[in-house]
Design a protein around this ligand. Sequence first.
Ligand SMILES: Nc1ncnc2c1ncn2[C@@H]1O[C@H](COP(=O)(O)OP(=O)(O)OP(=O)(O)O)[C@@H](O)[C@H]1O
Ligand code: SF4
Ligand SMILES: [Mg+2]
Length: 340
Amino acid sequence: MTTPTHAAPPAGSPAEAGPAALLSVRDLAMAFPGRRSATGRRGAPVRAVDGVSFDLAAGETLGLVGESGCGKSTTGRMLVRLLEPTSGSVVFDGRDVTRLSQRALRPLRRDVQMVFQDPHSSLNPRQTVSRIISDPLLVQGWSAADARRRAAELMELVGLIPEHIDRYPHEFSGGQAQRIGIARSLATGPRLIVADEPVSALDVSVQAQIVNLMERLREELGLSYVFIAHDLSVVKRVSDRVAVMYLGRIVEIGAKRDLYDAPQHPYTRALLSAVPLPDPAAERRRERIVLLGDPPSPAAPPPGCSFHPRCPKAQEVCRTERPLLRIAASREVACHFPGD
Ligand SMILES: Nc1ncnc2c1ncn2[C@@H]1O[C@H](COP(=O)(O)OP(=O)(O)OP(=O)(O)O)[C@@H](O)[C@H]1O
Ligand code: SF4
Ligand SMILES: [Mg+2]
C-alpha cells in the first residue's frame, strides 16, 4: 500500500467539475522486486510509481513530464494494462481496468491503445504494414479482407500512401514508421491513446509533423491523450493539462497555462527554466535553476519530501514531512512552500 498523496480528493478534476471523467486514476503504484545481490539477497523494491492520481476528460490531453526514471512509462503501461499495478485503480469509462479478467479486457483493448517511442523497434520487421495495422482488428474478430480494407483507409488517414500496404517497416523513414504505429493504434477506434514519447526518437522537423498529425486526429476522431514526453516545448504544444512527476509521484498538476506561466513547485520551476525561450533577449535575462545531482533511486527514496536533497528551497520540515498534493494558485502542488 502507498501513503496518501492528496490532502483532499483530487480537486478541480473533470469528475468534480461536472461530467464524469473518461479516465480516473487513483493511488496507482508499481513496486518492482529489488535486484538480487551476489549473495542472493533481494534488494529493496523499486517504487517506480508511488501513488499517482489524476482524471482525464473526454477529448482532453494530459501531458506527463519528468526526468528519466521518474515513472512515466511505468504509469503509461499500467493505464493500458500492459503492467499489473501493485495497488491503486484505473477506472476507464466506469470500469476498473486493473480488476478485469483477460477475457473482459477485450473491449478495453479496443478503447485504449498505446503509441510507443521508437517506431521501428515497436513494429514487427517481418510483418507487412497491412498485417501490422490489421492485427488488432483480427484479434477483435474481423475478417482478413475487411481488416485489410480498413488498414488501407487508416494509412490514408495518417498521411501514408495506401498502395504501400504490402511494404515492410524498414522501407519507411522514422516519421513514416511512427505514422504506421499511430494507424495501428487507431485501428479499433479507440477513445484514449497513451503515447509514450511518441516523437522523441524523431528528427526535430519530423517531430512537428507527427505532433500536427496527432492534434488533427484528436480533433477529427474526438480522441483523448495521455502524452508522455521529456520535451516541455512539445508538451506545451499538445496538452490541455500537465502533470509533473518526480520519483514516482505527481508533484504538480494543473492547466497548461497556469503551470507554464507560473510554476509553483521548485522542481517544475527548475525544469521550465531549462527550456530555451524563442526570444533571445528574454533568454539572456532569464535565470536558470540548476538542479544538483541526479534523482535518487526509487529503491531508496529520501524521507520527507523526496525532492529535498536537490531543492534550493528545502527547509527542516521538508526532510521529515512528506508534502501532500494541495490546491495552490488554481492547481495542485505537493510542496510545503509553493510559489516563488
Ligand atoms: N521491469 C522493471 N524492473 C525493475 N525496475 C524497473 C522496471 N521497469 C522500470 N524500472 C525502474 O522504474 C523506474 C521508472 O522507470 P520508467 O521507465 O517508468 O521511467 P521513465 O520516466 O519512463 O523514464 P524515461 O524518461 O527514461 O523513459 C526506473 O528507476 C526504472 O529503472
Ligand atoms: S517541500 Fe520543501 S524540499 Fe520539497 S519541493 Fe517544497 S520546498 Fe522543496
Ligand atoms: Mg519512459
